[in-house]
Design a protein around this ligand. Structure first.
Ligand SMILES: Nc1ncnc2c1ncn2[C@@H]1O[C@H](COP(=O)(O)OP(=O)(O)OP(=O)(O)O)[C@@H](O)[C@H]1O
Ligand SMILES: [Mg+2]
Length: 320
């Protein structure tokens, strides 16, 4: 049984002009131990997908359809109290996009993690504090720094503390939304090294959301490419980087510096992302696709396995 199995998920936002179709028929699965990279340009629905899995969506979001099976249980069918008591933070935790800037400046960093632990587990402050010190060591921070305030931390240290917070209740799955985006390249490399070491030490499963494919290449074994609310390609990392099939993935890879020779011939993607209030008919990528055919404008392509678990939603690939 897969650890996470998202089926036909649709999540729309209600705004005055209509419905923003942020996640629109997403299928995704991962096994225990997988590190799944989720990539796609700004506004394609990555954060909405992450917030749906933890059911922490804003008030104007509506789950239109679908299921999110976690260890066989449909998270969308659970009552809020069941989800809170047994799943959120304990089994699935999330590193929010921009979270390192959300540490409360008036509390010590360690106290903020202690508070999170005590909210979710029935343990005393002293025991929780000891756990924070252990977590700090695990994420490469000296335990005594737990007594410091956020302003005494560098960006990289804050991000380590946020990762410690995500690990605090020993979850099976961590969703990390743009965990290195705000950091300079050297600190980015250090945080990615930390993520790799946690993968090896803890047997975690993780979804890493990024617009940067090199982050995925560095840390993940599987990747999902998202475009305008849909997954357009899903595969193991080697297969995706060696043989990207969707024209959008090929365009993303064209911007990836250390790709192999053949990929260099791909054209970067021109045009603008579509309006999710009123997405294009057929394949959503068709207005920007260099290989567009008539069918692409009319019929939405399904995500289909073309062999060995490499899935793609593209009429042209299906024809060839
Ligand atoms: N609360 C909201 N109300 C209305 N529309 C929203 C809301 N939150 C997000 N959206 C819209 O939903 C779409 C998906 O947004 P989302 O934040 O999930 O994208 P993303 O892939 O995470 O982008 P980024 O890479 O910039 O973080 C976008 O069109 C966005 O403008
Ligand atoms: Mg986002």
């Amino acid at each position: 049984m897969s650890l996470l199995n998202v089926r036909d998920l649709r999540v729309y936002y209600r705004i005055s002009k209509g419905m923003v179709r942020a996640v629109d028929g997403v299928n995704l699965y991962m096994d225990k131990g997988d590190f799944l990279g989720l990539a796609g340009e700004s506004g394609c629905g990555k954060t909405t997908l992450a917030l749906s899995i933890t059911r922490l969506l804003p008030d104007n979001a509506k789950i239109i359809s679908g299921s999110i099976l976690f260890d066989g249980v449909d998270l969308l069918k659970l009552r809020e109290d069941e989800l809170r008591e047994n799943y959120r933070w304990k089994r699935i935790s999330i590193v929010f996009q921009g979270a390192m800037n959300a540490l409360n400046p008036v509390f010590r960093v360690g106290d903020q993690i202690v508070q999170a632990i005590c909210t979710h587990e029935n343990i005393g402050k002293k025991e929780a504090w000891e756990r924070v010190e252990r977590l700090f060591s695990l994420v490469g921070l000296s335990p005594e720094r737990a007594k410091d305030y956020p302003h005494e931390f560098s960006g990289g240290m804050k991000q380590r503390a946020i990762i410690a917070l995500a690990l605090a209740c020993n979850p099976d799955l961590i969703i990390a939304d743009e965990p290195v985006t705000a950091l300079d390249v050297i600190v980015q490399a250090q945080i990615l090294e930390l993520i790799r070491s946690l993968r090896d030490k803890l047997g975690l499963s993780m979804i890493i959301i990024t617009h940067d494919l090199s982050v995925i290449a560095d840390t993940c074994n599987k990747a999902a490419i998202m475009y305008a609310g849909k997954i357009v390609e899903f595969s193991d990392i080697v297969s995706l980087f060696k043989n990207p099939l969707h024209p959008y993935s090929q365009g993303l890879l064209a911007n990836y510096p250390s790709i192999e020779e053949e990929a260099k011939s791909f054209e970067p993607i021109g045009g603008r992302p579509p309006d999710l209030l009123n997405p294009p008919s057929g394949c959503r990528f068709h207005p920007r696709c260099p290989y567009v055919m008539d069918v692409c404008r009319r019929v939405e392509p399904n995500l289909i396995d073309v062999g060995g678990g490499h899935l793609v939603a593209c009429h042209r690939v299906m024809k060839s």
